[in-house]
Ligand binder design. Sequence first.
Ligand code: PMP
Length: 440
Amino acid sequence: MSYVFHRTALGGLPVAASGQGAEIIDTEGRRYIDACGGAAVSCLGHGEPRVLEAIQRQLSTLDYAHSSFFTTEGAEELAEHLCAATPLPLEKVYYVCSGSEAVETAVKMARQYHVERGEPQRRVLISRHQSYHGNTLGALSFGGNPGRQKPYAPLLLEQRKIEPCFDYRYRQAEETPEEYGQRAANLLEAEILAAGPDTVMAFLAETVVGATSGAVEAAPGYFRRIREICDKYGVLLILDEVMCGAGRTGRFLACEEEGVAPDLVTLAKGLGGGFQPVAAVMCTSAIHETFAKGSGSFVHGHTYSAHPVACAAALAVQKVIRDDRLMDNVTARGADLAARLGARFGNHAHVGDIRGRGLLQAIELVEDRAGKTPFDPSLRIGARIKREAMDLGLLVYPGAGTVDGTCGDHILLAPPYNIDAQMVGEIVDRLGDAVDRAIA
Ligand code: PMP
């Protein structure tokens, strides 16, 4: 009997005992390849000695200092490292402890920016249908996931959503990707005009959509057009890179690939690699200046922001990524993974799409490949595959199909950045068996 309760619908869970490299071992001695890093978190696998050593060193010198009294050398060095890791003009870092806190912080900073510039009426946040930006009440409200939101209605903050659900092309065969990208982005302009341009605060979106639709990249030109529209109407662009940022796609920020600079970007999971709860908002100096001037800077913050141990862990993670040239490995193994998924599932009767970037890849399951028909969500195909995969010693991240049928069940893969080619092959072999067992 377990006294711990989380997502109890999952039922009896194995008891995790230890982690080593790309594997987790349970108390029965069963080994699982961690092909999703939990939820795209463990970017160095488990038990990286250089990170453990940095955590121990930090613990033995300073365990905690509240960020309203002190900054620390570790926090400063990490921030310098993060700003240097991207060519984009993001020059300041605000630390928090989770992805949801990062998203809420970014939205509060956007609000403060407009207030300080004499436009307090800019209160409307626009995001996308089906999007996920966290599970605290604020972050949940910013997203567009009806299933998660319904039990907690009414939600917070005046906001609007744009269609379609994602920059999702698999079912948009009648348009070229470029046409689709422009049409999808132009919906933002229509929504800004409908809301009243001087009321809109910010547009919030994931650069590469992770959990809700399974590694969906933006259509070519989508974010460039989004940036133009934001600039035209004075709307801030917040990119949520909690899952796809910090190197997961082969660049430090995924939006570097789109050639688009956001005003604010959120980071979490891969930032600390799972070692300590650490998350961050990176922003331009213009946002920082208005935040620092405004009253929000006196009242916003969290008890564990810039925790010295969290910063030491994250800095060590980032240094391992740099020293071991892991971005190159993400790109190379990402290409391997895509090729192997293609070879195993390219003609599979129930795999409709294989997609992703770097080491954030997914397969989408369909009932009928020709018609691209998603499975009935009540069949919980993704969850079934997850269970079969666990039985075969593989951890994968399932995503349920969307209620409107635009996206079917999918399986997300997010293995560690230091994975080798042989392990990539093993992941795809076991996933193939799990899919066949689950849809037998
Ligand atoms: N944004 C995105 C894109 C996410 O994927 C997640 C977590 N899955 C969050 C925000 C929320 O992060 P957390 O669970 O750390 O609050």
